[in-house]
Design a protein around this ligand. Structure first.
Ligand code: ZN
Length: 452
């Protein structure tokens, strides 16, 4: 344990003592005095990993439990989400946008502790810039990083790294990343980073990766890796289904080399995209890989007890329902049996004459006569109708329900492990999450201390 850390714990002991007499600080609420004084693990984190399952409302984590359940055993096995659950969070945006948030307002709340309007990228309702946890971390000398499955300038990572009055200003957001000094950026988005812009990153010392296979070759330094034109492929259709967990592991490896610690944002971005599509098969594929990425961080924390992991969702997407059509049943064997995304299955069906046999093979079950004639009619109407028809077939066979192609306003769950994880217990607002995380950053040193 370093001298600084000892000093921090000493200060926390004083804080915890003060808490007993009633002046409770946010940091002190996290631990009892006994925990603070006696525990081997540090009480405040050196490193913070924020993980966001975009659109991952409570129905998704429940669905994932049953999707992963081994039907050959009596018990229903716990998932990583069950293991790490600590609390819940409301997600509503600023008053002007009502009760149902979009990803931009939610990410602004999670990155800054301030609510804003839907579409805002870390600006307030008056379009004034609000400092983010990443900027505060940078100012304190910490390293920062993002690893996501969407384009890296999509709403969630953008609100942690940048500012803009609109999430749709993708080109401006991409350009703005040049001045953020972010150490690690991994995900999709080549479309928004032309060669001229990439050259500017390289001039600033960044290594540029355009191919996922290059990821292993990076051992240190700053990196920007763009592995798709826009978003990464659906995990279920990808030959490499573990891209998010590999990016997570690489980001941890690179950022760990910084003595002062780091703040890292990981997003399972495409859970939301599958939710918007009302596509249960693809959503479960994305959930599985997000869960894998969480387990990568969990393992890292087992070896580095100075690291806090905070996992949550920014909102719920699609109004997913486990059970539908008045049936008390959710048939996961149907969902588990599907071999590819409905997108893929529809494309494949459109270009082959023996399409019904191929659809049956891809679905893992044989459509009955009615279902087959519905699919045949849909196939005549092209890709989009065919995809929808396949999704409807999977939904009706499995009793999966959806209420919207957009977001819903239910509270989301909060999961945490590592130092100060208990700070996130119980109900909180999404802005509280940000304020607690910000309170855990090291305090700026006074002049006399920094001269040491
Ligand atoms: Zn979102």
């Amino acid at each position: 344990m370093g001298a600084t850390q000892k000093m921090t714990i000493f200060k926390l002991c004083i804080l915890a003592g003060a808490a007993l007499v009633g002046t409770m600080s946010v940091a002190a609420q996290a631990m009892t005095p006994a925990q603070t004084m006696l525990g081997d693990a540090p009480s405040v984190p050196k490193n913070i990993v924020i993980m966001i399952g975009d659109g991952m409302g409570p129905a998704y984590t429940s669905a994932y439990r049953y999707y992963k359940d081994n039907p050959d055993t009596q018990e229903i096995e716990q998932t990583v989400f069950d293991r790490l659950l600590v609390g819940t969070s409301s997600t509503y945006p600023a008053r002007v946008s009502g009760y149902v948030t979009d990803s931009a307002a939610a990410a602004t709340a999670l990155a800054t502790g301030v609510k804003s309007y839907n579409g805002a990228i870390s600006v307030d309702i008056n379009k004034q810039t609000i400092p983010t946890i990443m900027e505060k971390a940078k100012a304190l000398g910490l390293a920062t990083g993002v690893a996501v499955t969407s384009q890296i300038n999509h709403a969630t990572p953008a609100a942690f790294l940048s500012h803009n009055e609109s999430r749709s200003n993708y080109d401006a957001l991409a350009k703005s990343y040049l001045t953020t000094d972010t150490d690690v950026m991994l995900g999709g988005g080549k479309k928004y980073f032309p060669v001229s812009l990439i050259e500017k990153f390289q001039a600033k010392g960044y290594q540029y990766l355009s191919d996922f296979n290059q990821l292993d070759s990076i051992k240190q330094g700053k990196v920007i890796g763009l592995f798709a034109n826009v978003q990464l492929p659906w995990a279920i259709d990808d030959n490499d289904k573990n891209k998010l967990s590999k990016m997570t592991a690489k980001a941890l490896e690179l950022l760990s080399q910084h003595d002062k610690g780091f703040v890292l944002l990981i997003e399972g971005s495409l859970i939301d995209w599958a939710g918007h599509n009302n596509d249960i098969v693809t959503a479960m594929g994305e959930m599985e890989e997000f869960a894998n990425a969480i387990e990568v961080v969990e393992q890292y924390i087992r070896n580095n007890d100075n690291t806090l992991m905070l996992v949550t969702a920014d909102h719920n997407t699609g109004g997913l329902s486990i059970g539908a059509n008045g049936e008390y049943s959710w048939n996961t064997s149907i969902i588990r049996g599907v071999q590819a995304s409905p997108d893929f299955i529809a494309n494949d069906a459109l270009i082959h004459d023996d399409w019904l046999a191929r659809v049956s093979l891809n679905l893992g079950f044989e459509p009955n006569e009615d279902e087959a004639s519905q699919l045949a009619r849909a196939r005549m109407q092209g890709k989009e109708v065919m995809t929808t028809s396949i999704k409807h077939l999977i939904d009706s066979r499995s009793n999966t329900g959806w209420t919207t192609g957009g977001h819903t306003g239910v509270d989301v769950q909060v999961f945490a492990t590592g130092p100060a994880a208990s700070l996130f217990a119980g109900y909180q607002d999404n802005t509280d999450i940000a304020n607690k995380l910000i309170s855990l950053l090291p305090k700026a040193k006074s002049k006399s201390q920094s001269n040491k």
